[in-house]
Design a protein around this ligand. Structure first.
Ligand code: SAH
Length: 344
């Protein structure tokens, strides 16, 4: 087992399983994430037999960095996992701190028509240690401070629910990596039953729902998941989240020229979301290699924005990150397949 995949609860259960005091889990967390030890032998507060047992039972393996591309505000990392699969992670430099965009699966099965990441079918789910590994590598090996984490890399977080929940618990644990729960954003295409399950958790993170259309007819064309979980149920699940968390939910809306960017769509969206405590985040479409879409004109984005604003919806336009180096949302991972040797 990999130690970076253990939640505090799992480590407590581990100690209990051989009759030890579960409070030792806290000592291990502090040693791992605050003192940054890379051998259990370095934990002074544990006895030799326990250090030896931990060393036998757990590894410290991190993903291996294969390639890194940097631009002014963004760095993209390509990691190799223990079975040879690769994943991409992006570091975004904001004025309020660094954010890491983590991948949750190798490939993705959601098949959203505008998304490059979804062109690679899902190979497998990432384990929690592989998600923690993406963050730890950037934070501890490259020594770049990280305050925010978004689950907006490759994959659908709610299609890998248990491992993603473990990941979130591990990185927000105290003592630990020092990431605040509200600084972790889970982004989902809308797997409604999982969202309902998530909304009942004791500690809730920030939530983004990739909506991209104001009605089922259009959304089902853009996002096949909508055929299974239509908009009305999704919005109700979002409402439940807002009630239980006392937080606003963010609806991401990619602006696709001539497809979903009319002022009529904006009015329909405002109607759909009226009464919900939410933000709408308008996202300029990043043109992908196989892109059959065009980004909306700035004037159209402004007109769409104004309609939402006038109707009382909180709306922002997302700053684009990394579009100059194919590190933007929906553009991850296919690069390496296409130019594998160069990436090394
Ligand atoms: N599966 C999750 C998280 C990964 S995608 C989800 O659907 O939310 C992260 C965000 O990038 C989503 O909002 C997704 O719709 C968006 N996205 C995908 N392709 C894009 C593109 N070409 N341009 C802009 N945003 C894109």
């Amino acid at each position: 087992m990999n130690i970076y995949g253990q939640t505090m609860q799992k480590l407590r259960d581990y100690f209990i399983s051989f009759g030890e005091n579960p409070a030792k889990a806290k000592i291990v967390f502090k040693a791992l994430y605050e003192d940054k030890i890379s051998s259990f032998l370095a934990i002074d507060k544990l006895s030799m037999p326990i250090k030896t047992k931990l060393s036998v039972d757990f590894s410290f393996a991190l993903p291996e960095l294969l390639a890194q591309t940097d631009s002014e505000d963004t760095s993209k990392f390509l990691f190799r996992l223990s079975d040879g699969c690769t994943v991409e992670t992006v570091l975004m430099r904001h004025d309020y701190g660094n954010g890491v965009c983590v991948s949750t699966q190798v490939g993705c099965n959601m098949d959203c028509v505008f998304c490059e990441s979804g062109k690679l079918k899902k190979v497998r789910n990432l384990e929690s240690c592989e998600m923690v590994g993406q963050l730890l590598y950037i934070k501890e090996v490259l020594r770049l401070p990280v305050s925010h984490v978004v689950l907006m890399g490759i994959g659908e977080p709610f299609d890998n629910y248990d491992a993603v929940m473990d990941f979130v618990d591990i990185i927000t644990e105290q003592p630990g990596l020092g990431i605040a729960a509200r600084h972790v954003t889970i982004s989902t295409c809308g797997i409604t039953p999982k969202l309902l399950q998530y909304a009942e958790r004791a500690s809730l993170n920030s939530l983004a729902i990739s909506l991209h259309a104001p009605n089922d007819a259009l959304r089902s064309k853009l996002m096949p998941i909508n055929r299974r979980y239509p908009i009305s149920g999704l919005v109700e699940a979002a409402r439940r989240y807002t009630q239980n968390s006392n937080k606003k939910v963010t609806f991401a809306y990619i602006m696709l020229k001539g497809i979903n960017d009319s002022v009529d769509c904006a009015a329909e969206l405002a109607e759909l979301l009226s009464g919900l405590t939410c933000y709408v985040n308008l996202i300029p479409y990043n043109k992908t290699r196989s892109g059959q879409f065009e980004p909306s004109d700035k004037t159209q984005i402004a007109a769409f924005f104004d309609v939402l604003k006038q109707r009382g919806i909180n709306v922002t336009v997302r700053r684009e990150f990394g579009s100059d180096m194919n590190a933007a949302c929906g553009q991850l991972s296919s690069d390496y397949k296409n130019n594998g040797e160069q990436a090394l």
